[in-house]
Design a protein around this ligand. Structure first.
Ligand code: Q46
Ligand code: ZN
Ligand code: ZN
Length: 316
């Protein structure tokens, strides 16, 4: 897909570094960088309405969030806006240590304050532990819910006005389809970006990379020399998301522009959903006080589930 059929940039005739199928264009290093950066700049301007204050960036140390931190810090350079990075350590041995190292390298290079929050402190257990106790629910189910909670909590604590996360075009299209397949309108409606406070104690999440395909982010990170880790989580092969990734990639190969169209379709629907979003009464979790759809938030439900399963395993 991304190998050059012609070697010249369609814009300036320098050597091409990439072929963009949906535009049928070959781009050189400079034009490719500008192509990525202009779309991200547009999304930042659209999603982040801030003149001063702080933006928290979720930084895993992988390519997506590393590119995000790099571009956000460039965008706000010289403005009255502070950027701080938050890395969540889920407790996945042999994996997270490597990505944290790269996250530290990047934040050092950019001179950005870096917070590391451990599940073992914030949740009371690691993903390795929950995975060892629960062989029914996938580790990613726990990880996603707890990570959202921990990032939000830390962003609130540091007084951030926005929480930016590195969701790319592929992730975003997969998430839209996953929620449609589950019939989960509630989750679909809540997808970032949130341009306003959607609930008390919930920092609006923004996704400035939602228009950039994963492969373009990988090439951009390599070309720009952005430090990132390519380590893969040992639980990744079990994620349900993989089925959606494969299906969408196949469709994209046959019908270029599919992923982008899924997002465009969703955004048109979201404007209709907006009423539902505004009228939704979020409650406070009875256990942790965080925003919840019901009496207890999803995060606390999962903690209780692991505790119950562990107690049962100990009895047997
Ligand atoms: S870290 Fe967590 Fe990912 Fe590993 S357990 Fe799944 S969600 S795959 S981004
Ligand atoms: Zn060029
Ligand atoms: Zn709770």
């Amino acid at each position: 897909m991304y190998t050059s059929k012609r070697l010249r940039c369609s814009k300036c005739f320098k050597d091409a570094v990439i072929y963009i199928p949906c535009r049928d264009e070959h781009l050189c290093y400079e034009h490719f960088a500008e192509y990525v950066e202009s779309r991200v700049r547009r999304e930042i301007a659209k999603q982040i309405k801030i003149r001063r204050g702080k933006i928290a960036v979720g930084l895993s140390g992988g390519k997506d969030s590393s590119v995000l931190l790099y571009l956000i810090s460039r965008y706000f350079k010289g403005r009255d806006v502070e950027i701080e990075a938050i890395t969540v350590d889920e407790g996945i041995s042999g994996y997270r240590e490597k990505t944290i190292q790269m996250a530290e390298k990047l934040t050092d290079e950019l001179g950005i304050v870096h917070h590391i929050v451990k599940f073992s402190d914030a949740i009371g257990m690691t993903i390795d532990y929950s995975a060892s106790v629960d062989d029914e629910l996938k580790p990613c189910t726990y990880c996603g819910v707890w990570r959202r909670k921990v990032l939000n909590k830390k962003a609130l604590e540091i007084n951030a006005k926005y929480l930016a996360i590195g969701t790319n075009l592929d992730d975003y299209a997969q998430t839209v389809l996953m929620n449609i397949m589950r019939g989960d309108v509630n989750r679909l409606v809540k997808l970032a970006p949130h341009t306003e406070n959607i609930a008390e104690n919930l920092v609006p999440r923004v996704v400035p990379l939602r228009r950039i395909p994963e492969k373009e982010l990988l090439i951009y990170a390599m070309l720009m020399g952005i430090p990132y880790s390519s380590a893969e989580c040992p639980y990744a092969p079990y994620a349900l998301r993989n089925d959606f990734r494969r299906a969408l990639s196949k469709l994209e190969r046959n019908i270029p522009g599919t992923k982008e169209n899924v997002i465009n379709f969703y955004l048109q629907l979201k404007s209709i959903f907006r009423d539902l979003l505004e009228n939704r009464n979020m409650r406070k979790c009875r256990i942790c006080g965080e925003p919840a759809d019901g009496e207890i938030c999803k995060s606390c439900m999962l903690i209780k589930r692991v505790e119950k399963l562990a107690a049962r395993n100990n009895r047997n």
